[in-house]
Design a protein around this ligand. Sequence first.
Ligand code: PNW
Length: 472
Amino acid sequence: MIRFFFFSTIFGDPCGNSREVIEVSPFPEGFLWGLATASYQIEGSWREDGRGNSIWDDYSHYWGKENINVNGEQRCNVDKCHTGDIACDSYKQWNRDLALLKNTNVKTYRFSLSWSRLLPYGTEDLGVNQYGVEYYNKMINDLLENDIVPFVTIYHWDLPSEVQNIIAPGGWVNSSISDIFADYAEFCFRAFGDRVKNWITLNEPGIFVDQGYHEGIMAPGMKGHMLDARFNTILAHVKAYRRYDSKYRATQKGQVGITLFSMWNEPETNQENQLAALKMELDLGWWAEPIFGSGDFAPGLKKMIADAGKNLPTFTDEQIALNKGASDFFGLNHYTTRIIRACNSCEFELEEVECDSWPTTGSVWLRPVPWGFEKLLEFIHKRWDTDKYPLYVTENGASSKDDGLQDLNDQFRVDYYKTYVSAMKRAMINGVNVKGYMAWSLMDNFEWARGYTERFGVHWVDFNGKIKILTN
Ligand code: PNW
């Protein structure tokens, strides 16, 4: 067996040169290889067949006063004023997507349900859109007929506008959101759970809260609500999970989990070990410790937030009991690594840096660092026990910048996948229980605030023509 070897651990320099060796040992029988997408990023047909608006329709269409620059020109929330109005046209072209999936031979397809396509006004009481139900029914049935396991995300960031503005004003900031989300999740279990056995409640609560409700750089563009909105996402996930437990698990016999985003945070020197550990606590432990650990926030996180002069919401004893163990698996989205360095003038007294020696991609935040993936997987296993909570990598991938060419040479992406999958395999050899791996993404799509300027697809999409998809 070929074993991996990198100099950085030996000399203690995280930026030191590393050499990748590709792991060639086989994967376990039944390992779930797959591809992933999300509704708003691919479906288009934003006003068709009774779909309601979502915060991403509003955000991408909005040209507000504050978006007029010094020259009086209008700026958009999304690069190049792109929207998901058409995207990959997947609402109309499911048969094309299915053909792509069959052609790649995947065992699973991870996709998300558009809440406002199913419940245009957010709740069942206000009406169910049968066209939406039929669209997903057909997808699920076709996948099963072709031996592709549907891995379904209930919420991948497209909150119905009606929920954000009227039913729970402020959306994820509003404490009533957790019950509203659990009701929507229950609707999904009831409508599709006879056939869908793998559910993800929320995709990356850390990213959609921090960027959408705290930094204001994603929909709905609100600011200053990190702690309260993050808190509500835990309650929402747990309530949905417990709803499945009490009403659907016995008959449907599926599994329900949550997908968390995490980079690996590597200390710059040994002096920074504690800081890097705290950063992991803030990015990942925030959700993982209540759900996969003690039921409550870790003492280190509580101290960190208090030291920063902020008020961390507290769980009641009853909530702690419900949080604990409220997931059947650990869903992980991972792309890249950061070096953590002490910084007195920074929030939480730390800063994140990258090494110049790491290659770049089409996204400024993403540099390939495969050894970070191995370290992260081993960290998660040691801390939250992947024998108890099997781990699914629900996203991993790399982007290229749109250069306007139909450039099908993506050797950089082939290398990214080879080295990351090798890193995952090494972690598995070292005892991490990984059950599946879903690459992001089936095809280039609407990359949120970056519009169509960054391409994550394993299939290249021509967004200017008639949504032509090419593969090499
Ligand atoms: C994830 N960051 O988003 C999402 O789950 C996908 O929908 C998205 O297309 C994919 O990763 C690629 O970006 C992220 O700034 C967006 O660190 C931004 C960050 C991380 C994840």
